[in-house]
Design a protein around this ligand. Structure first.
Ligand code: SRM
Ligand code: SF4
Length: 566
């Protein structure tokens, strides 16, 4: 076999002695930041080094360097939090962060603006509350996502149990996390059930971990709120007519990232691989991770995701490799049907006499009044919380007699009730982008509230506000963190204040959008979309969504209706 030139990060991982590397020494020095090499290893511990981009220019003019701080991501499998855990997370936002929490598109919580000296105290409080940041980032299996809806009648608790089991099973085993952040203590770690290995070994990941990040999500049959086709492994339970779990259908090789300037990088939806019995889940998913570990590209990180391995091999060769690792033949995948890709907002009966409330959290940003309102609900009513993969939050196991009081709390804090929020706003997502994300080209979270309300006004003018209303997602660069390519309207940061408009994704998350227009200035986005909505209103089929309509009529016809594009 010809010698492969490994990327720099591969060498750093190898030399890090299982994720210690330069972090160990640099954590103790007086600098306010880590070296570039240290930073690469830091990511595996759930930490990103950032600087406030709003301040860059002014600081430079004063002869100052970047204003370094850290984004810390807490991995929360399935987004499930006890009330105590939530309150501890919320307290930390005041004590060490910027008085805000952010719910991510993978059911995690992020802090921004943590100073270097705050990292260790933060990790210690998290650990004391059975929470961890280990492998929230880095070349490992990331936070495992699962449909958070707590309906009891359809096996959902069982699926959540599998998500937690798989998450524990695929966690790195290195002790470095506990040595660096917790002075060797794992007394109250998130994986309490697993005793700490006496002699450290990393049986799954080895010394160089995976070639790249790796993402897994559990959907629920018919319910694709998790965007299951965008994952490295998408897992869909198979239920029989009595709703008993019969197995899992596995989809492989999804991923949305594409790099500006790196030709041939592109978003891909996962393909069906197999349907297996429940007891095979750990073995087969582990085998898939191992195939990527051993065969994924390690020379060029832009092509290291498993989607490129599967594209290079084709699904049959990939299946044959997985079969080699498990030692048996894998059956073909069963057909999947989807009914909805919506998040679970509003009031629902769980099926056990309790209620849950899906609370809309605009772009996942928990701050000011919404933060205070959530806190009061948690303190007074003690619900379990579930973060959703669309940046929202569910209060779970609520007593029906508390419904009016909970609504009163939300009203007191000025939190809009769902019926007063336009549907298009409820369904939208945006990534953080400026000022924290080092890769942002344009604004996203900070401008989306305005853009989406302009669109809501246009839909209202056209009498289209009642639905079906398009799912719109914005990102500040092509990496795709708010999954814009699987949305009906994707707005992707392209150059200063300009976006690429993608159209034609499916509301069920089963189809990618296509480029409609490039370099559209932010102020012109809705002006460009409105004539297309007029055409949609006139030419749509009954009940047809905007995404399905755009896909049916095609890019050429849409451009004929876009005054600027012709
Ligand atoms: Fe992401 C990198 C934020 C979900 C694809 N993502 C980043 C970084 C860490 C920027 C960086 O590397 O310096 C962003 C931090 C911004 C900040 O200031 O907080 C960032 N990604 C996010 C979050 C917070 C967006 C959000 O609105 O919630 C999401 C955190 C999820 C989590 O809890 O783990 C987030 N990122 C995603 C998703 C969606 C998903 O996983 O469901 C994607 C597309 C799916 C995929 O992975 O293919 C995504 N993020 C990327 C990529 C492109 C990866 C690729 O294959 O090319 C990068 C850049 C990279 O890895 O080089 C990136
Ligand atoms: Fe940053 Fe780009 Fe991800 Fe937005 S999509 S958070 S700008 S990496």
């Amino acid at each position: 076999m010809s010698e492969v030139k490994l990327s720099r990060v591969e060498h750093l991982k190898m030399a890090s002695s299982r994720l210690r590397g330069p972090v160990e020494t640099e954590l103790k020095n007086d600098s306010d930041h880590f070296s570039e090499d240290g930073y690469q290893i830091l990511k595996f511990h759930g930490i990103y080094q950032q600087d406030d981009r709003d301040l860059r220019k002014a600081r430079k003019a004063q002869g100052l360097g970047p204003d370094y701080s850290f984004m810390v991501r807490v991995a929360i499998p399935g987004g499930v939090l006890s009330p105590q855990q939530y309150l501890a997370l919320d307290d930390l936002a005041d004590q060490l962060g910027k008085a805000t929490l952010r719910i991510t598109t993978r059911q995690a919580i992020q802090y921004h603006g943590i100073r270097k000296g705050g990292l260790k105290p933060l990790m210690q409080v998290l650990n004391n509350n059975l929470l961890t940041t280990l492998s929230a980032c880095g070349d490992v299996v990331r936070n495992i996502v699962a449909c958070p809806a707590p309906f009891v009648d359809r096996n959902r608790a069982e699926i959540m149990r599998y998500a937690k089991l798989l998450s524990d099973h695929l966690k790195p085993q290195t002790r470095s996390y506990y040595e660096l952040w917790l002075d060797g203590e794992k007394a109250a770690s998130a994986e309490e059930s697993e005793p700490l290995a006496v002699a450290e070994s990393e049986p799954l990941y080895g010394d160089t971990y995976l070639p790249r990040k790796f993402k897994i999500a559990f959907a629920f049959p018919g319910d694709n709120c998790v965007d299951v086709y965008t994952q490295d492994i998408g897992i869909v339970p198979v239920l029989d007519e009595n709703n008993h779990l019969q197995g899992f259908t596995l989809l492989v090789g999804g991923g949305l990232g594409q790099s500006q300037g790196a030709k041939d990088t592109h978003p891909v939806l996962a393909k069906p691989l197999t349907t297996i019995r429940p007891e095979q889940l750990l073995e087969v998913t582990t085998a898939i991770v191992k195939v990527q570990r051993d065969h994924g590209r390690r020379d060029n990180r832009k092509f290291s995701r498993m989607k490129y391995l599967i594209e290079a091999w084709g699904i049959e060769k990939f299946r044959a490799q997985v079969e080699k690792y498990v030692g048996y033949t894998l059956p073909q995948a069963e057909r999947l049907e989807w009914l909805s890709g919506d998040d679970h907002l509003g009031w629902y009966e769980q099926g056990d006499g309790k209620l849950f409330l899906g609370l809309f959290v605009e772009n996942g940003r928990v701050k000011d009044n919404i933060r205070a309102g959530i806190r009061e609900v948690v303190e007074r009513f003690g619900p379990e919380l579930r973060l959703t993969p669309q940046q929202n939050l569910l209060f779970v196991n609520l007593d029906p007699s508390h419904k009016a009081a909970i609504e009163a709390v939300l009203r007191t804090h000025g939190i809009a009730l769902l019926e007063t929020i336009p549907l298009v706003v409820q369904q939208a997502m945006a990534c953080p982008a400026m000022p924290t994300c080092g890769l942002a080209i344009t604004e996203s979270e900070r401008v989306m509230p305005e853009v989406i309300r302009e669109l809501a006004a246009a839909l209202e003018r056209l009498g289209l506000q009642g639905g079906p209303v398009p799912h719109v997602r914005m990102t500040g660069c092509p990496n795709g963190c708010a999954r814009p390519y699987s949305a009906e309207i994707g707005l992707v940061g392209r150059s200063l204040n300009s976006y690429t408009i993608y159209l034609g994704g499916s509301p069920l998350g089963t189809r990618l959008g296509q480029v409609h227009a490039d370099n559209v200035r932010r102020e012109e986005i809705v002006l460009r979309l409105e004539p297309l909505l007029v055409h949609y209103k006139q030419a749509r089929h009954t009940g047809e969504s905007f995404g399905d309509f755009c896909d049916r009529v095609g890019v050429e016809e849409l451009r004929e209706h876009d005054a600027v594009a012709v």
